[in-house]
Design a protein around this ligand. Structure first.
Ligand code: ZN
Ligand code: ZN
Length: 447
């Protein structure tokens, strides 16, 4: 029997949430989705032919899983596309370095550029330099990232990757290198978003950053040669791929969840964000275990998270229905177990929320006392427009070992952890889609 909205149905809802959770723990759908995406499409950088193949893959996958109203919603966005790249120490001890250009990087002149290194052990040390202090230099920041369960170590030094080239250029630098935002000592650098600062900008693998520190410590000038040949498509076409499980009673009330379909180019985008695509898509399917839900579950596979654009494109295209969004969320923090959940402030005492929390009990998940404020870059636009948001936090302790690098591949995903994350999302979708719980702040919902 299907759970009803009122107190009489609360027990049913709790039983159904638990059943969905248990089914998810042994269900192979999420694993099969991420295996299929990373194998049959591979890397999916926006602005490339691979992104169009990812769109076709997503349309076919959602249709084959029984989603309705499956469609690709096109938008245009600026896309940076990697070309040839190399870096080497010219003096005092010639040797190759491992780099990966950051999006927004300018190409070097044909044949490359050579310059003397100005090395800073912290980002702040570079920011402390006055204008002109880096004239003609290749600025290098070697500050390392801290490993944390909640991923906060990444946010703490994100600026050195995202804005470092801009700050270096302001001070006269001709190029900028930054130690990868990585928690792994491998020579696979991590790609990532950066400003279009007008100078070449690249990430150094952690061992290479440390090598440059030792070379600089010798006291002789260190000079590097960089060759980078990226291109930019100012108006690349990308797609948000959408599929729905239409609600049987209140189809206009929408639960909007998903992951991002695009990825960086070096790996196969397995944990970032093939996992999120797989978790939310499989969870939506699992939430229909008992029957067609009362409300509509809409899965969105956003098409340009890494270089930006898909969240704002989605919010603009769906501005008229924001008041109907009863909950929004994105899975974009890897493939590990969920350890913390933050819900919207409203609706917390509702039986549906209690049913969800009961389903979580075996997982020792922390329920945040604070309401969720963000749910992922692709739902920021919806949240700013007033949609309630959930944050389902997966353990990020190992996420930054591989994310954005050549090692972000399927073998890094533990199927059991993926199933746990899917079970959490599936129980959440089950209770929200089959109840009248309203997370929308009073007055914000449409009639
Ligand atoms: Zn991501
Ligand atoms: Zn990413």
């Amino acid at each position: 029997m299907l759970g009803a909205a009122g107190p009489a149905g609360a027990q049913d809802l709790a039983a159904e949430a638990a059943a969905v959770r248990d089914k998810a723990l042994s269900d192979p759908t999420a694993w099969r989705i991420v295996e299929s995406l990373t194998t049959e499409v591979g890397a999916r950088p926006v602005g490339t032919a691979a992104m169009a193949r990812a769109r076709d893959w997503a349309l076919a996958k959602l249709a084959s899983l029984g989603f309705e109203n499956v469609r690709a919603e096109p938008f245009t966005t600026k896309a940076w596309i990697r070309g040839e790249e190399s870096a080497e120490v010219v003096a005092p001890a010639p040797q190759k370095l491992r780099i990966l250009g950051l999006s927004g990087s300018a190409p070097t002149p044909k044949g490359g550029l050579t310059g003397e290194v100005a090395l800073f052990p912290t980002y702040q040390a570079m920011l402390d330099q006055p204008a002109g202090a880096l004239d003609g230099k290749i600025a290098v920041v070697t500050q390392a990232m801290t490993r944390t369960q909640d991923g906060s170590g990444y946010g703490a030094i994100l600026a050195q990757r995202a804005h470092g080239a801009t700050e270096a250029a302001k001070r006269g630098a001709i190029a900028y290198l930054v130690r990868s935002l990585s928690t792994m000592q491998t020579r696979a650098p991590h790609a990532g978003y950066a400003d279009y600062a007008g100078i070449p900008a690249a990430a150094l693998s952690p061992p290479d950053a440390e090598q440059l520190e030792r070379l600089a410590a010798l006291g002789k000038p260190v000079s590097l040669k960089l060759v980078m040949a990226s291109t930019v498509d100012p108006a690349a076409t990308a797609w948000n791929v959408v599929g729905e499980i239409r609600g049987r009673e209140r189809p206009d009330e929408l639960i909007v969840v998903g992951g991002h379909l695009d990825s960086w180019d070096p790996g196969t985008g397995a944990t970032d964000d093939g996992a999120g695509v797989a978790i939310t898509t499989a969870a939506a399917r699992l939430a229909t275990l008992h029957a067609r839900p009362r409300r509509t579950i809409r899965v969105v596979l956003w098409g340009s998270e890494e270089q930006g654009g898909s969240g704002s494109a989605y919010a603009a295209a769906h501005a008229a229905e924001v008041g109907n969004v009863v909950l929004a969320g994105e899975a974009d923090i890897g493939a590990e177990r969920v350890w913390r959940v933050a819900l919207p402030a409203a609706g917390r005492d509702h039986p549906a929320v209690k049913a969800f929390l009961a389903a979580l009990a075996p997982f020792s998940v922390v329920v945040s006392p604070d309401p969720a404020v963000r749910g992922g870059a692709d739902v920021d636009g919806l949240v700013q427009a007033g949609a309630p948001v959930v944050q389902v936090a997966q353990d990020a302790s190992r996420y930054f070992d591989f994310h954005h690098s050549a090692d972000d591949t399927l073998d890094k995903i533990d199927p059991k952890a993926l199933a746990q994350a899917t079970a959490v999302w599936a129980s959440l979708l089950e209770v929200v889609a089959n109840s009248d719980v309203d997370f929308r702040p009073r007055g914000a919902s449409s009639p």
